[in-house]
Design a protein around this ligand. Structure first.
Ligand code: ADP
Ligand code: ASP
Ligand code: MG
Length: 477
């Protein structure tokens, strides 16, 4: 019986983006084995592959099957090259290349179907999007085997059972847990490293689904919760969760500890480093997560945990932003007397399948204001106009309208909102930069404040707020 602690390690697209990156991943796997862990490896598709697959479905829809074939050729070449660079044995190479050919042919066939019908259903999009992960795990597992580490590739379609919500499917716990245990535990007990696809899952009848873009983090968390594992490590291309997106704020620094609630807010409001659903399966199980850098593996990264000693310290820890939003306002003096306006408004929005990332603080009962993704604005306005056609006719509601693109900037830190002076410092900072705050979010959680600003002010606002974190860290240091 294998008594080693189980460790689920997920590697993102950049971490498996080429043969050099895969070599690093192999070294990390070797190291944790030496440290006495039994790892389960979860992989994303190689960087850019999921995008390329989905772009091809657009080409197919536009009746450009010739372009699909070009993409298929490029994908084949890219994966062949990694095989050639990593695997010395001819037999293994031939075997892998056959598998790559099969998967890419499947991709081309699905695209051909789209080309013929002129339409891509969410179901076929999921079948296509998941092929990148299937390619990646086959290559990496074979590479481990070829390096003397016994490994087996497994498609998560055999492990995680979901409903039929294609493109953002919901896992069904009992069924998935049983499959995960039945399939993975015997493999682990034989000291074989499972190399599992992130991102994909399947319905009970075996149709491929995906967990949503960036969903491999969530896959790792699900496996971690179902096995259960001792820890889940998310390996990415930065030194952990940082005080801001390093692409916007070059001097952002790594945060050593964050609570699940803090990372939850950060991820929900745009910090791409961890998928927002990742923490959910691990909270109840009390399993911790570490976020670490494949390209700097000696860095300890960030620890994500239920509570920290410093949970109630009220400091600003990080700032994040999310583009592509619009604010929708329903206004009218007569609204004061109309019962259930808010409920009906959000009902009408929900009916369009749009989620509302924030509801803003209204100064009176004469308006309701909330954000929706820019891409859903038209549908949402149509639905609201229908729902309130009577009130619009009687002028109880004067108008329902939306802004141009705005950005939501969210500032995160436990108990921050109840700490006196923080909001003042944030608004002071923005004011000194001449940045206009369009709205402030009414959130229920104590750990974040969101503000809505014009799209053009995003970088300046994030950098300005980040200065508040830098000056605090300098004082502490
Ligand atoms: P992976 O492919 O490993 O899943 P992602 O691209 O999904 O990687 O997420 C990592 C990226 O998230 C980083 O390269 C960084 O640009 C971005 N990012 C955004 N906000 C943050 C943040 N607060 N801390 C760290 N990274 C962030
Ligand atoms: N490959 C998938 C995506 O690009 C899943 C992931 O990387 O997490 O969305
Ligand atoms: Mg990611």
């Amino acid at each position: 019986m294998n008594e080693k602690p189980l460790l689920v390690m997920k590697f993102g697209g950049t971490s498996v983006g080429n043969s050099d990156a895969m070599k690093r991943v192999k070294e990390i796997v070797k190291d944790v084995l030496h440290e006495g862990w039994m790892p389960v490896v979860v992989l994303s598709a190689m960087a850019g592959v999921t995008d390329e697959l989905l772009r091809s479905t657009e080409m197919a829809k536009n009746r450009r099957y010739d372009q699909v074939l070009q993409a298929a050729g490029a994908l084949t070449t890219r994966h062949y090259q990694v095989v050639d660079e990593l695997i010395p044995e001819t037999e293994r190479k031939v075997f892998l290349k056959q598998q790559i050919d099969q998967l890419i042919s499947m991709f081309a066939e699905y695209c051909r179907a789209i080309d013929i019908i002129g339409e891509a259903t969410p179901r076929v999009l999921d079948a296509i999007a998941g092929i990148g992960e299937m390619l990646c795990v086959r290559i990496f597992a074979e590479y481990l085997n070829s390096s003397g580490i016994p490994a087996r590739s497994i498609d998560a379609t055999k492990l995680i059972v979901t409903d039929h919500s294609y493109q953002a499917a919901h896992p069904i716990r009992e069924k998935s847990e049983r499959k995960v245990k039945e399939t993975l535990l015997p493999i682990l007990q034989s000291n074989i490293v499972p190399v599992v696809t992130g991102f994909i899952a399947a319905t009970e009848d075996g149709t491929t689904t995906t967990l949503g873009r960036g969903g491999s983090d969530y896959s790792a968390a699900l496996l971690g919760a179902y096995l259960p594992a001792a820890e889940v490590w998310i390996w990415t291309d930065v030194d952990g969760v940082m005080t801001a997106d390093p692409r916007i704020v070059p001097d952002a620094t790594t945060i050593d500890v964050l609570t699940f609630r803090e990372i939850g807010e950060l991820a929900y409001y745009g910090a791409k480093v961890v998928h927002p659903k990742t923490m959910q399966p691990l909270i109840d199980a009390g399993i911790i997560i570490r976020v670490r850098n494949t390209f700097n593996p000696t860095h300890p990264g960030t620890l994500l945990t239920l509570e920290t000693d410093r949970q109630l310290d009220g400091e600003i820890k990080a700032v994040t932003s999310i583009k592509g939003q619009a604010l929708v306002t329903i206004e009218g003096r007569g609204m004061l007397g109309v019962p259930g306006v808010a409920a009906r408004a959000f009902g009408a929005v929900a009916a369009t399948g749009t989620s509302v990332p924030l509801i803003t603080q209204a100064s009176s009962e004469q308006s309701i204001c909330f954000a929706v993704p820019l891409s859903s604005v038209e549908t949402v306005l149509r639905s609201l106009n229908e729902a309130f056609s009577r009130e619009l006719a009687t002028r109880d509601i004067d108008r329902i309208w939306a802004t141009d693109e705005v950005v939501i900037v969210t500032i995160v830190g436990a108990a921050m909102r109840s700490t006196p002076g923080i909001a003042g410092r944030i608004f002071g900072k923005l004011g000194s930069q001449g940045i206009n705050v369009i709205a402030i979010a009414q959130g229920s959680s104590e750990v974040s404040i969101s503000i809505v600003i014009d799209k053009a002010d995003e970088q300046r606002a994030v950098r300005a707020i980040h200065e508040l974190i830098v000056s605090k860290n300098e004082k502490a240091g």
